[in-house]
Every structure is written in structure tokens, then in C-alpha cells.
Design a protein around this ligand. Structure first.
Ligand code: SF4
Length: 350
């Protein structure tokens, strides 16, 4: 097969040695249900001899995806109840998601929008749908920030991205445009001068949130692609998902957060995995997540600390879920826990 195009089928996974032929039928059944794509860059990062490879676990389909649990939901974070027009999610007063495209350069096996993305997903907005989405943003003066997500907005050509940004430019109340993407990691060569110019075409403050979950994703090429964005004046932040078998280890998380900071990307969100269908093999308990986040606090600089969050099912938004380091003792006194687990009174007792 062609090493320059993504792997998309069970047969191609066998041919490239990413799965054993005994697994082909089960993986083909998963691929019928959920989109599969592994970019050549990501395929090259996988160690086919490691059955627990954390990169493979994120992208190579697994028969476990066909196990559905009653608590899992087709729309786990509740986009639909907050979608006033196609392509817009208006959950919080001052910002909207603009989902222009439902295609990604890779498909993550734990994706929270797995029922919406991919070739059988919601596709790209039609010109009329895009007109309505832009009109919605223009007519709601409370919208301060537009977040392009999807799908991965950086799969759009620089020309189409620039056209989209030009349409946001004259809307005076929109001050910030944010892109959520995996492209700097999974297709770093796409981050070229044309794409960067397109991202900045709105003239607004431009942010790029990079989705990566394991330190091995921050290759030299990914770091260089991020540096091109940052050197052009774009601010970068990170988002990661806490995933069993990928980054459920304090040392791995510490290395990931350090890799972001070394790349000048500020760690932003660490998501508790959502209740997406067929993803129970990735989920940790909230207690396990809290213990990992507490271990991170003792291990790495404050610059490297993301906020641990849960998207409340049903569309109720995000909640910070790290364990509290302070407890009210009453009478104006508190017990504060330090990063080693030691407890201290505040104010200190004489
Ligand atoms: S890049 Fe984002 S939207 Fe696309 S499959 Fe991964 S998690 Fe889902």
C-alpha cells in the first residue's frame, strides 16, 4: 500500500503489520461502525512489536469498541441540546463552537464525537449552513470567542480557512478565534506559511489548542510545526484526555506536560474521558484521575499543570474535578494539604 496516505481499513492494518491477521474480522466490524484513519506520521510512531503501545492504543481499532455500556451516550457532552443552528454549539454565554467540518486526519478510538465524525458523519457545512452559522454569530453580541472544532478544522485547505476567517473579521464583538486540532502532531508538514496566514486572517487574537495524549507524540517535527505557529504570533495551549493504557501514569503525564511547556504550549485541559459509545476500556475512575493529578502537582512545575475537568453529560458544561486541597474545619479554620500529602492548619495555630 501507499506509505503516503492514511491507513483506513482492517486489510491495510494487517498489511502494515499494525494488527495480526487473526484480528482482521473483528477490526473490520469496528471499522464499519466507527471511522478509521491513521496518518503516515502516526503509523511511523507505532512500535508494532509492543502490544501495549500507547500510540497504537489511541488509533488502532480494537474489538472492545463493540462493547456498549448502558451509561454511554451517542452525544456524551450534549452538543445537540445547545445547537441553535447547524454547526453552532452555544453552551456558554460568551463563546460558541463552530463545527465547520466533521472530518479528521486521524480518528481517535476514544473520540467523544465518534458518532458525528468520519465519512459517515455530519460532513462539512453547506454554503447555506455556513451562512446561517456566521449570521448567528454576527447577531449575538455576547459572543466574544469562536472555537473552531469538529472534526479537525485544520483539514480545510488554507484557501477555505482564510475565507472562513475573512467572514469573522468584520464581526466586532468576536475578539478571539480558537482552533482545536491534532494536525501539528499527526500531519506537521501541513503547518506551512499559507495555513498560518489563513489562521490569522480574521485579525483577531488567534489561539491553537493542540490535542496530544502521550509525550511520544511531541516529535521534533511536531515541535517544529508548533514553533512555526507560535513564532507567527499564535498562542498555543494543550488539551489531553486521561486514557487508561495511554497516559494513566504520573511519570508519563509529567513527561507529556513538560513536553508541551518545552514547546511553548501552555497545558490547559486534562479531560476525564467522556461516556462515548464503546470506550469503556479507556475510562478510569474519577478517584484514579484525581490521584494522578495530585501526583502531577508534586512532580512538575506550576507551568506544567493542566486543569482536570469533566464534561457533565447532558450538555451542562465543564466542571473542575481535581481533589480539593483545602477542607473547612469551621470557626474560620481550614486544613490545607501540601503536595507531599502533609496537612497544615490555616491560619496556622499558634
Ligand atoms: S481529532 Fe478530535 S474530533 Fe477527531 S477523532 Fe480525534 S478526538 Fe475526535
Amino acid at each position: 500500500m501507499n506509505a503516503h496516505r492514511p491507513i483506513k481499513t482492517a486489510r491495510e492494518l494487517v498489511e502494515t503489520g499494525l494488527i495480526d491477521s487473526a484480528k482482521e474480522a473483528a477490526v473490520a466490524a469496528v471499522a464499519e461502525r466507527y471511522a478509521v484513519a491513521i496518518s503516515p506520521v502516526i503509523a511511523g510512531l507505532i512500535d508494532p512489536n509492543d502490544p501495549n503501545d500507547p500510540i497504537a492504543r489511541q488509533f488502532v481499532p480494537d474489538a472492545a469498541e463493540l462493547t456498549l455500556l448502558p451509561e454511554e451516550r451517542e452525544d456524551p457532552i450534549g452538543d445537540k441540546p445547545h445547537s441553535p443552528v447547524t454547526g453552532i454549539v452555544h453552551r456558554y454565554p460568551d463563546r460558541v463552537l463552530l463545527k465547520a467540518v466533521h472530518v479528521c486526519p486521524v480518528y481517535c478510538r476514544f473520540c467523544f464525537r465518534r458518532e458525528m465524525v468520519g465519512p459517515q458523519g455530519l460532513g462539512t457545512l453547506t454554503p447555506a449552513e455556513l451562512d446561517a452559522a456566521i449570521a448567528y454569530i454576527a447577531s449575538h453580541e455576547e459572543i466574544w470567542e469562536v472555537i473552531l472544532t469538529g472534526g479537525d478544522p485544520l483539514v480545510l485547505s488554507p484557501r477555505r480557512l482564510a475565507e472562513l476567517m475573512e467572514r469573522l473579521k468584520p464581526i466586532p464583538h468576536v475578539k478571539v478565534v480558537r482552533f482545536h486540532t491534532r494536525v501539528p502532531v499527526v500531519e506537521p508538514a501541513r503547518i506551512d506559511a499559507d495555513l498560518i496566514a489563513a489562521l490569522k486572517a480574521s485579525g483577531k487574537a488567534t489561539y491553537v489548542a493542540l490535542h496530544a495524549n502521550h509525550p511520544r507524540e511531541l516529535t521534533d517535527e511536531a515541535r517544529a510545526a508548533s514553533a512555526r505557529l507560535i513564532d507567527a504570533g499564535i498562542v498555543m495551549i494543550s488539551q489531553s484526555v486521561l486514557l487508561r493504557g495511554v497516559n494513566d501514569d504520573a511519570e508519563v503525564l509529567a513527561s507529556l506536560m513538560r513536553a508541551f511547556v518545552e514547546t511553548r504550549i501552555k497545558p490547559y485541559y486534562l479531560h476525564h474521558p467522556d461516556l462515548a459509545p464503546g470506550t469503556s476500556h479507556f475510562r478510569l475512575t474519577i478517584e484514579e484521575g484525581q490521584a494522578l493529578v495530585a501526583a502531577l502537582r508534586g512532580r512538575v512545575s506550576g507551568l506544567c499543570q493542566p486543569t482536570y475537568i469533566l464534561d457533565i453529560p447532558g450538555g451542562h458544561g465543564k466542571a473542575v474535578i481535581s481533589a480539593a486541597s483545602i477542607a473547612d474545619e469551621g470557626g474560620g479554620c481550614y486544613t490545607v494539604t501540601d503536595f507531599r500529602g502533609g496537612e497544615h492548619s490555616y491560619p496556622p495555630k499558634a
